[in-house]
Ligand binder design. Structure first.
Ligand SMILES: C[S@@+](CC[C@H](N)C(=O)[O-])C[C@H]1O[C@@H](n2cnc3c(N)ncnc32)[C@H](O)[C@@H]1O
Length: 332
């Protein structure tokens, strides 16, 4: 990379700048996973720079084009997109589906699988349609498109198994007593392997993850230091799920709309290399908190980055690795 990072850690670097330009400096076929959440295409201009819905899709497709050659042949691109209403009417924008179609039809990506991130803690909106007139329900689901460069991207579901349901636990304990058909009414053949404990159940593509991390170190430290936290973070468990599913330790994970650098922090904890690009210096500066041990170190690093004074090098973080399986939704 030509530019100096704003800060670097054992596993990664965070850069301040326009990712459209920064992407060019990455070597071709170097990224194993792009995990990102762009500024949403809402009607109101939010403080972190939303685009009008009309040119939003064109803008996003530009990133897809540039990133394609930077991904490894087995690489993936996971894109979290919030839904939106058209301006002034209770009718949904189709922008997230347009993004999906254009990435695949024009840029040559494959849709490996579509995911839905269900956030039970999401507030009802728009107030006019949901709360006042009561003609639409709460929209609590984001579409998360898993794109791949090829038909068989690197992936291992064994890395994201979720806890068995109570029913499945009973089956595993004493299968014959509870369930013994060879074929389900649907015609699905249930083999003897069904009763084997494989360490967890296969998750579904509905990821139930509340976005309530008010007690996280990042949030507590921002509060203590009087620094504004990023307004549109995703929960750590979202990148964690895809990083575990789609990469191995040592692989490179890139977030081109890094915000508070949730992706970088999770990648670091999981021993993946990471690169984060973020346009706003303020957000880059506050994201360094994630990699600091105490508030003094965090304040010093934050000020250095904000003033563009120096490149800050940080010690590896000590917190334990997160566990997706500990709180994810359960299926059999
Ligand atoms: C939805 S937020 C990402 C939040 C992030 N996932 C987190 O957990 O904190 C999108 C971010 O993209 C940044 N952004 C917008 N355009 C950009 C660009 N061209 N280059 C780099 N960052 C950009 C915005 O400043 C904003 O912080």
């Amino acid at each position: 990379m030509g530019d100096l990072p704003a800060y670097e850690t054992r596993m990664g670097q965070a850069y301040c700048g326009d990712s459209m330009k920064l992407i060019e400096d990455l070597p071709d076929a170097s990224i194993d996973l792009v995990m990102t959440s762009p500024p949403f295409a809402l009607q109101r201009q939010k403080e972190y720079g939303n685009k009008d819905q009309e040119d939003y899709v064109d803008w996003l497709v530009g990133f897809a084009r540039k990133l394609k050659v930077k991904l490894t042949p087995t690489g993936s691109f996971v894109l979290d997109l919030g839904g939106a209403y058209q301006k002034g009417v209770p009718v949904r924008s189709l922008y997230n589906y347009e993004v999906l179609l254009r990435f695949c039809k024009e840029e040559g990506y494959f849709l490996a699988e579509e995911f839905f991130w269900y956030n039970p803690a999401k507030l009802p909106s728009p107030i006019e349609w949901v709360n006042k007139r009561k003609i639409r329900v709460k929209d609590a689901v984001n579409t998360v498109w898993w794109f791949s460069v090829a038909e068989f991207p690197k992936a291992s579901v064994s890395n994201v198994l979720v806890p068995y349901s109570e029913r499945m636990k009973k089956l595993l304990k004493d299968g014959k007593r509870w369930y013994d058909p060879k074929e389900r009414p649907s015609g699905h053949d249930i083999s003897d392997g069904f009763g084997l404990d494989r360490g967890g159940a296969i998750p579904s593509n509905l990821l139930e993850l509340p976005n309530t991390e008010s007690t996280s170190w990042y949030m507590r430290a921002c509060k203590e230091l009087g620094i504004k936290s990023h307004p549109a973070r995703f929960p750590a468990r979202l990148p964690e799920f895809f990083i575990r599913l789609l990469t191995d330790p040592g692989d490179l994970v890139v977030d081109v709309f890094a915000g508070s650098n949730t992706t970088g922090e999770v990648a670091e904890r999981l021993d993946r290399r990471w690169i984060a690009f973020e346009l706003e210096r303020e957000y880059v500066a506050s994201s360094v908190i994630r990699f600091c041990d105490d508030v003094e170190q965090a304040m010093h690093a934050y000020r250095c980055i904000l003033n563009g004074q120096q490149q800050v090098s940080l010690r590896p973080i000590k917190q334990p690795v997160l566990s997706f399986a500990s709180s994810a939704n359960t299926t059999t």
